[in-house]
Design a protein around this ligand. Structure first.
Ligand code: MTE
Ligand code: CO
Length: 417
């Protein structure tokens, strides 16, 4: 398939309100001297040696594939967010350097030798674990998505950000290595009255969340590795809490303490923040699970259609309640639906890749995707969510997005109805 950089840049320029610059990395047209039957220019010379890049990095032609932030969402870089470039990724694994970051007080710098996890409160034995202590427990290796509750939060009132990265990119999916909290807690024991846990981070933000004990004992982990290597500093090095399927805010990074108590702690992050306003003005207190959601990553505002003929639509789906059972795709704004192909592995609380081939002859399209999970839950339209939550919500927007494909192949984020 021929790749036209000119079209790509045109589409980026359309993201005016977001205003990021792109380096031109490839010329508009291939250099004929490099095309068959000629010997390309990179063949006669010796390439770089093995010592030149001891920790590998992507090709310089991929330097457009980066995390990006939205300037008007960034009050200060230490209390901000950037977004995963979902439109440029394949399969289901998010490379470590592309996992979106959300910090409330910057990235803590922790020497692992000084790292400790303290467990106190309603336990039989209060204990302190070093990182080496944690690594002596049986380990698990599990793929989970992490989605910020505010993912898509800017889209409650209407289509606002013209990019797949900006509207869906507060999600990543990596393989965690860690210890199950249920195993760790066998060491400390639990008092019968222990019903809630206060998880506390050691960064300057004082991040604390209450988590019910059933969830802690079900599938929560203390993880020290992601995708085979130590956690990145941005992701909580040397250890973070993993709360599969639940909102990202609860996945406390740089975790230093777990306190067991008999009631929720009602911290700032679960009272003034991370609550859902309802139409009657009251707020829903706890909304932990990230419900089923999906996104078409290509075509998308960053990935216009470049040629008529056969297209491979690609996307990602996930559910905090378990496995994705089916993904439907519509090309006409929800009138007709086709079933997309789901690609193995299909794991619980992990991103799933879907594809759908279709033929394009230059007509306008309204592309939508709808995820259905194993509980039977169907991803809703925004109008259904607004009935209960109004338009002033921020969190838990898992509604169906619409990409308008124009006759030129340009793609825009639009709102129908
Ligand atoms: N933990 C601490 N200690 N400090 C933080 O600022 N941010 C939370 C959560 N855990 C945060 C934290 C939020 S809101 C989210 S969405 C996730 O971490 C983001 O995780 P990531 O940066 O690995 O993507
Ligand atoms: Co968040």
């Amino acid at each position: 398939m021929k790749f036209s950089r000119r079209n790509l840049i045109k589409s980026f320029a359309a993201l005016g309100s977001v205003g990021f610059s792109t380096r031109v990395l490839a010329q508009d047209k291939p250099n004929p001297n490099n095309l068959p039957p000629n010997l390309p220019e990179w063949t006669p010379d010796l390439g770089a040696g093995v010592d030149e890049n001891p920790y590998g990095s992507p090709s310089e032609f991929e330097s457009n594939v980066i995390r990006r932030n939205v300037p008007w969402l960034t009050a200060s870089p230490q209390s901000s967010v950037n977004f995963t470039p979902l439109q440029d990724l394949e399969g289901i694994v998010t490379p470590n350097g592309l996992c979106f970051e959300r910090h409330h007080g910057g990235v803590a710098e922790i020497n692992p030798t000084d790292y400790r996890l303290m467990i106190n409160g309603l336990v039989d034995r209060e204990m302190i674990f070093s990182l080496d202590d944690l690594k002596r427990f049986p380990q698990v290796n599990k793929f989970y998505f992490l989605e910020c509750a505010a993912n898509g939060g800017m889209e409650w009132k209407g289509a606002q950000l013209n990019g797949c990265q900006y509207t869906f990119g507060m999600v990543h999916n990596v393989q965690y290595t860690g210890v199950k909290l249920s195993d760790l807690l066998r060491e400390t024991g639990l008092k019968p009255k222990a019903k809630w846990v206060l998880a506390e981070g050691s960064d300057t933000s004082g991040m604390t969340r209450s988590i019910p004990i059933e969830k802690i004992l079900d599938d929560c982990l203390i993880a020290w590795a992601m995708n085979g290597e130590a956690l990145r500093p941005e992701q909580g090095y040397p250890a973070r809490l993993v709360v599969p399927g639940w909102e990202g805010n609860m996945w406390v990074k740089w975790i230093r303490r777990l306190e067991f108590g008999d009631k929720p702690y009602m911290t700032r992050e679960e009272t003034s923040k991370y609550t859902d306003l309802l139409t009657d003005g009251k707020a829903r207190m706890f909304t932990w699970v990230m419900e089923a959601k999906s996104v078409v990553t290509s075509p998308s505002p960053e990935k216009p259609i470049l040629h008529k003929g056969i297209q491979q639509l690609r996307g990602l789906a996930w559910s905090g309640k378990g496995k994705i059972k089916r993904v439907d795709v519509s090309l006409d704004g929800g009138k007709n639906w086709r079933t997309a192909q789901l690609h193995a592995p299909i794991m619980s609380k992990s991103l799933v890749r879907f594809t759908l081939p279709f033929e394009w002859s230059g007509e306008e399209l309204l592309i939508q995707s709808r995820a259905i999970d194993e509980t039977g839950y169907v991803q809703p339209y925004i109008q259904e969510l607004q009935k209960i939550r109004g338009k002033n919500s921020i969190y838990h927007n898992n509604s169906i997005a619409t990409w308008l494909v124009s006759k030129s192949g340009k793609v825009d984020n639009v709102r129908l109805g």
